[in-house]
Design a protein around this ligand. Structure first.
Ligand SMILES: Nc1ncnc2c1ncn2[C@@H]1O[C@H](COP(=O)(O)OP(=O)(O)OP(=O)(O)O)[C@@H](O)[C@H]1O
Ligand SMILES: [Mg+2]
Length: 672
């Protein structure tokens, strides 16, 4: 059959047109033009599909191109068969074209619904508009977010007192604020990327604290800590810090935030306050104890004055006594002397001893005490001195400084049973406001100091806490009274100074005595008062003795009469004033300062205004500063501290009676 298709013998198609040139031209030209156009169309389609690879249904274009190409070829074939009768080839070509056409047509029905699903340009425009709006909205939100982030960053940046920074999961720093730089000293470019453990002390690092804190923060969400941290320059500060874990929406840890505050100053202030509070409590306790002991000592003094005076009167009486009575009297005297010594020490503690201060050169005083101290310490202890030149002069009772030194030396000796070294240092120091805030009762200013340092056993803190209190001793019964340090403390305080104890078990003890600097020139170190004379000065003048204590009055009256004076007595100021009015020729008033009702000071003032020539002698169990306030010192007034002996009384009365008003007599006059 196929063979018959290619058999010749058929007439060319032109014959059908009767070789009419017009018809031939018309058919040939039209078919050629159609054929050429049909060939050009696939080229265009190929161009399009090659260039636009994203074209949907691109294969459809290729199929269409093939179909058109086949159509074009049939038209060329139509021209060919006008002269050549190859109808078999033409038929096959048509068959091929038919297949291409059917394929294209049927596929078109398949893809048209799909093509219809593709949005129209109108729809696309609408969608595009929506997209534009969406984009604008999105940009606006992004801008707001950016602004909010910026203001949040500025907020964090402006925090200057808190270090606020972020860390990654491993603890490496990823952000840093000004506060962090202020507190730690690190700039942002120096610290980003570093591990936060570098702020911890070497001990904390070795103990794994930074890691522990991160683990806690991860497990519990937060970790709080207060402790020492290290700055860039190596200095330490106390940090109050909090670490929070940061997790994403799925709860996965992405890092940590850390907020740290430097609370060094606050802690310091709290410690200062605590220290000041305990110093105040300590000083209030000492004051209360001082007041109590002072009161007791004062009353005992009065009684002892009577006892000692009574004993002295018996001893100086001419009547002979039996040896056993004499022994008893000696025993009474020894006991009373001992009591008087004890009350003196108690008065010293309660800052009420009679002081005779003078401008003193500490170095000279210490040098003069050397020999005594050496003898006290014995051979097993080395005594060393470190006297700084130009120690400021001080206004103190030099005898009491010596007594204090001796007291401290005895304590040091007891603490160095197996020998050691005692070092006495002198020097100048300025105690500033801060020091005075932490030590109650001490004003800031210039002080000269003596430090007594031993290499002995030292004191545990509970002993140190109580060592200054009277009767506190760790020494066995009969070995220590516990009054040594109390006496030193009271004396130094009374002199306007300050005592500081530093001691550690096994490391020895240092006792510092600070005395306020005096701006007068140092004159003589030590002003021992000589009160002994071969015979007691006597007199016959009329004197008035005012004393509320029965025993003391009885003793004073008897003693004065013993000295030859014409004595009248009164137990209070009222009686004294009326006696002064009634009795003529009273030359001297001997009065106790502490009288009930009108006190001795007012009595003296009133008496002197009525009798300007009247001489005054005060007796008192208390100390100088109280009497210094009398305002009568430069008017020939004398002070007779209790307990007093007959010879003290004799000297006081005589020197007051013999003095012209306005002169002074260093021996018996109260100074200061
Ligand atoms: N240098 C020192 N080394 C070690 N402990 C000391 C020193 N000085 C004082 N102490 C302790 O302080 C306590 C009180 O001392 P303080 O001088 O007041 O009394 P005392 O020495 O016991 O008795 P007193 O001095 O009246 O004979 C002592 O018992 C001792 O425990
Ligand atoms: Mg002692």
């Amino acid at each position: 059959m196929f063979q018959s298709l290619f058999e010749s013998g058929l007439a060319p198609h032109g014959i059908c047109l009767l070789w009419d040139p017009a018809l031939l031209w018309l058919h040939a030209t039209s078919d050629l033009l159609i054929g050429i156009s049909y060939y050009v169309i696939p080229l265009g389609l190929a161009w399009l599909t090659i260039r636009r690879r994203d074209l949907i249904f691109g294969w459809m274009f290729w199929l269409f191109a093939l179909f058109i190409l086949a159509c074009g070829t049939t038209h060329f074939m139509d021209v060919w068969v006008l002269w050549h009768p190859d109808y078999g080839v033409q038929g096959l070509l048509k068959a091929f074209t038919a297949v291409a056409s059917v394929l294209t047509a049927s596929l078109l029905w398949v893809i048209v619904p799909r093509l219809l699903a593709i949005p129209t340009p109108e729809q696309l425009k609408r969608v595009s508009n929506q997209l534009t709006e969406e984009t604008v909205r999105h940009e606006r939100t992004a801008e707001q977010l950016r602004r909010s982030e910026e203001s949040f960053r500025l907020l964090i940046e402006s925090v200057r007192d808190y270090a606020v920074f972020m860390m990654d999961r491993a603890g490496r720093i990823t952000s840093w604020n000004v506060g962090a730089q202020n507190i730690t000293g690190f700039r942002q470019d120096e610290i980003i990327g570093q591990h936060y453990a570098r702020f911890f002390t070497p001990e904390d690092q070795a103990g794994g604290k930074p890691m522990r804190m991160m683990v806690t923060a991860e497990a519990e969400g937060v970790c709080h800590d207060e402790g020492w941290r290290v700055r860039k320059d190596g200095t330490l500060f106390i940090a109050d810090s909090t670490i929070h874990s940061i997790v994403d929406d799925d709860g996965v840890l992405i890092g940590f935030s850390k907020v740290t505050r430097d609370i060094t100053q606050r802690r310091q202030a709290e410690r200062d306050l605590e220290q000041a509070r305990s110093a105040l409590a300590q000083s209030q306790k000492m004051q209360a104890v001082g007041q109590l002991t002072g009161g007791i000592a004062h009353d005992f003094n009065n009684m002892l004055t009577a006892v000692l005076g009574g004993v002295e009167l018996i001893e100086t009486a001419r009547e002979a006594v039996s040896p056993s009575v004499a022994r008893t009297i000696r025993m009474i005297r020894r006991a009373a002397d001992h009591g008087a010594e004890l009350t003196t020490r108690l008065l010293a503690f309660s800052r009420k001893q009679t002081l005779i201060p003078g401008i003193t050169d500490l170095n000279r005083l210490v040098s003069e005490t050397m020999e005594l101290l050496r003898r006290t310490l014995g051979n097993s202890i080395t005594l060393e001195m470190e006297l700084s030149s130009d120690v400021w002069p001080i206004f103190v009772d030099a005898n009491q400084v010596e007594a204090a030194l001796l007291n401290l030396a005895v304590n040091a000796r007891d603490a160095m049973a197996d020998g050691g070294t005692l070092t006495i240092t002198t020097g100048n120091i300025h105690l500033d406001e801060q020091y005075s805030r932490h030590h109650d009762e001490i004003a800031s200013g210039d002080y000269a100091f003596i430090a007594v340092r031993d290499t002995g056993c030292g004191m545990p803190s509970d002993v140190l806490e109580h060592a200054l209190e009277p009767f506190y001793t760790t020494k066995g019964v009969g070995k220590g009274t516990g009054l040594g340090l109390s006496q030193v403390y009271g004396f130094v305080k009374q002199s306007g100074g300050h005592v500081e104890l530093q001691s550690r078990v096994g490391a020895g003890t240092t006792v510092m005595m600070y005395f306020p600097r005096s701006h007068a020139e140092a004159a003589v170190a030590g002003q021992a008062v000589s009160r002994s004379g071969p015979a007691l000065p006597t007199g016959t003048e009329k004197i008035l003795i005012v004393e509320d204590e029965e025993e003391v009055r009885a003793y004073s009256v008897t003693a004065a009469r013993h000295l030859g004076y014409d004595v009248i007595e009164a137990r209070d100021a009222q009686t004294a004033l009326s006696l002064l009015q009634e009795k003529a020729g009273i030359s001297l008033l001997l009065t106790d300062v502490g009288l009930p009702g009108v006190d001795g000071r007012d009595l003296a003032r009133m008496a002197q205004s009525a009798h300007p020539a009247l001489k005054i002698v005060f007796t008192s169990g208390y100390a100088q500063p109280t009497l210094a306030e009398l305002g009568l010192l430069d008017r020939g007034v004398r002070l007779l501290p209790k307990p007093f002996r007959i010879e003290d009384l004799a000297h006081a009365l005589r020197s007051a009676l013999d003095a012209d008003r306005g002169d002074t007599d260093e021996g018996t006059k109260a100074s200061g």
